[in-house]
Design a binder for this molecule. Sequence first.
Ligand SMILES: [Zn+2]
Length: 469
Amino acid sequence: MTTPVVGDQALVLSGHPLQRCGGWALTLLAGRDDAGSVSAADIEDVAERVIDDVVAAATAAKDSPTYDWWKVLFALYPNSKPTHAKRPRESAVLRESVAELFAPDDPRSPLLPCTFCSRWCGTLWSKSVLPMFESIRALNTLPPGVAGWPICRACRVALWALPYAAWVTAGSATVLTCDDPAVERDFAMKNVQRSGRIRQLGFVSLPAGRGPEAVVLQALREHAGDAGGATTLWAFKNDNQEPWLHTASTRLGVARFLRAVRANPDCHRGWAMLKKMMRRRDGSGALVLDGSTAAARLLFDREGHQGERLPAKLMELARDPDALFQHTLLDWRALCRLYLEVMYDMETARLRPAASLLADWIAKEGTRGRFNEFRQAVTSPYNLSKLLMTASARLFLDGGKQEPVNHQFAQLCTDGPQGWRVRGQLYFDVMAELINRGVQVGKPGSEELSEADDADQRPGTDDDEDGYA
Ligand SMILES: [Zn+2]
């Protein structure tokens, strides 16, 4: 059993991602900066506000924007009184049953430590009022003989304040945990503003194609310390058939990488171009995925997948270099290189001999044949190894200065994520060498970028996309 909390701090942020997000919501709704300064009176006030909003949503007409907040509540607490299909429609009646949820403990109840923060408390909650507990199998079984989860009053209010600080959709909620509280706070604050908009104007009022990943990157860029920045996004989808929990994480160093991108004009332009190319619209021209979100996702590792998604995506988008401007190829080379240097401490200069050898070999033939051969081979460790042998032997026989190589490029020819990263960089390095030598790769010139394309990288600006605030 955990040790019960002693002391009079009204609210404690636990390690549980949902309680933690709810704790941030409670803190921010109370106008406080940190959980430690939340008072008992603050909890009272926030509980009143939550009750008002729940009752307004649960008694709203189905076609009103306020009803969208009910959909959010339904996704989180599908079997609670205010989300039940047979709930009372008179505000005063419903209010009474909602208010009961947050009432002070009955002094006669036996005391138990709170499930989340270990404070002594006397109220047991069933899973029907706990967010997502219906759908998260791992959390929804109680030990035999236990009538419910003991939850203290602060945590009860926090668990229903949760949707204010989570990234919510009509059927899911996403919360953030980060090793740096300033990043969590910023993410929660943005969501408090966003959820206010949903309650007033409904989901239609939100910019299309936005996801939480772009908001997290912005928070990291602006608020994380250089040493920190490891985040996890926990996305919950509540569905009677197939509920899920997905996690996606950024690694340490990502905040440093984002700031380095902003400080380097080539990388900055490269990132803006990436956003532009990843933006998706449907047949009618409506935005379905904004570029900031799509590009941000490349820096998140999904559960069970080791991501090398940024170098891999850049390589994929540059598969046909002639469809791109030379400037973009050079910018992406800089971006890829910065990523490897910051995130993996890799000395990218080590690739110079291989890039120069391949560029010599490609440039010696006037046609595109050799470049295309390289382009095919670079995706496979085996084929690239063969090509390096062939190229160095050919240059040697032709009287060039190269010695035949057989061990120097071992790193390029390994399988797995490291091999991918290194070969991605080599691909861009070779193209840069060719461009420098005047070999025609990519379109001459550079592409115009709109202000929206690089909006999220200027300090203090909001991450707007297509004019959305
Ligand atoms: Zn508690």
